[in-house]
Design a protein around this ligand. Structure first.
Ligand code: ACO
Length: 325
């Protein structure tokens, strides 16, 4: 009998400090940087984001989200046999945030590692966990996206610092006789490293280069809308499904205009596009599991629904996961 993987619980966590566009605009004004709620809302759909306190790390946000997902799944931390954390803002250079999370959860012993695919990280991590479950090397995986992107923002660059936020989301993915995950599709094109990157590095005990986020927004926009449609169609074809089978599209929450464009290309009505970017901003690898948890807990995604998760981000990376909830 074929072995599948299925999501059995979701969880998420946002740090308590919430900044509306007006709050952020006031903070930036004190640095001599001009922006406005009208500009941010019109270009991106973002109205608010959460920022973690300075002493809070990605593993702390991941811990809260993981506890909620484990509780929803009715699984104890000690029953988890695989932990994958998608993050581009790890607690340390090493060890992985997944190992730090494992210890905080008290789930010690199982394999634990990070996946670095920036905003596609959660889709990458979910696809890897699915493959490991199908192969029989894991049965109960914890898959997490967690970010403190506020740490790598350049608050003197208004074209990027208004876009991002902090947060975490998690799912428990378990072996099952029935799908579950129907198809996955992952890609990268390293020719585009420079359009979205944090080019700095640690060397000889010093930071070399610029450790803050750089983005060519228009280049990212153009690439994103093209590849998201392709990845969506690839998963549908692999699973023998069509656009009409999608009950809810949960894309990476970067920008409302990119998400709406993808939904239009897939001929999905507005109500089948799930949006949290207005309240969370772009939380990179955390955005999809944060949105998924909001959809599940808000009754927008119900057992049996077919969901399309899609990520796109630095690398350039992109991918999709089609699943039955
Ligand atoms: N407030 C006010 N004005 C601003 C701001 C701001 N925060 N940022 C830029 N502007 C100004 C610019 O200076 C420019 O002014 P000018 O015309 O006088 O020169 C004007 O607004 C237009 O700037 P553009 O950069 O051309 O604005 P654009 O319409 O391209 O929108 C944006 C910028 C929102 C970043 C857009 O390119 C975009 O959405 N790109 C995709 C980015 C994205 O989603 N990245 C994340 C995906 S991958 C990942 O998640 C990591």
């Amino acid at each position: 009998m074929r072995r599948y993987s299925r999501i059995t619980g979701t969880g998420s966590y946002l740090p308590p400090r919430r900044l509306t566009n007006d709050d952020l605009a006031a903070d930036l004004a004190s640095r001599g940087i001009e922006t406005s709620d009208a500009w941010i809302t019109e270009r991106t759909g973002i109205r608010a984001r959460h920022f973690a306190a300075p002493e809070v790390a990605s593993s702390d946000l991941a811990l809260e989200a993981s506890r909620a997902a484990l509780e929803a799944a009715g699984v104890a931390p000690q029953q988890i046999d695989l932990i994958i954390v998608a993050t581009s803002t790890p607690d340390m250079v090493f060890p992985s945030t997944a190992c730090i999370l494992q210890d905080k959860l008290g789930a010690n012993g199982c394999p634990a590692f990070d996946v670095q695919a920036v905003c596609s990280g959660f889709v990458y991590a979910l696809a890897v966990a699915d493959a490991m479950i199908q192969a029989g090397t894991a049965s109960r995986a914890l898959v997490v996206g967690s970010e403190v992107f506020s740490r790598i923002l350049d608050f003197d660059d208004r074209t990027t610092c208004v876009l991002f936020g902090d947060g975490a989301g998690a799912v428990v993915l378990q072996a099952s006789d029935t799908p579950g995950i129907l198809a996955t599709d992952l890609h990268a094109d390293g020719r585009h490293v420079g359009i979205l990157c944090v080019p700095g590095n640690v060397s000889g005990g010093r930071v070399l280069g610029d450790p803050l986020l750089k983005m060519d927004g228009q280049a990212v926009f153009k690439l994103a809308v093209g590849v998201l449609e392709k990845a969506a169609r690839a998963t549908l074809e692999k699973a023998g499904r069509t656009d009409a089978d999608i009950d809810l599209l949960i894309p990476h929450q970067a920008n409302l205009r990119i998400m709406q464009s993808t939904a239009r290309k897939l001929k999905l009505p507005a109500e089948k596009l799930f949006v949290t970017v207005d309240q969370h901003g772009n939380t990179s690898a955390a955005s999809i599991p944060l949105a998924l948890d909001a959809a599940v807990r808000g009754g927008r995604a119900r057992p049996g629904d077919t969901l399309l998760l899609e990520g796109v981000g630095g690398g350039f990376t992109w991918g999709a996961v089609l699943l039955d909830l």
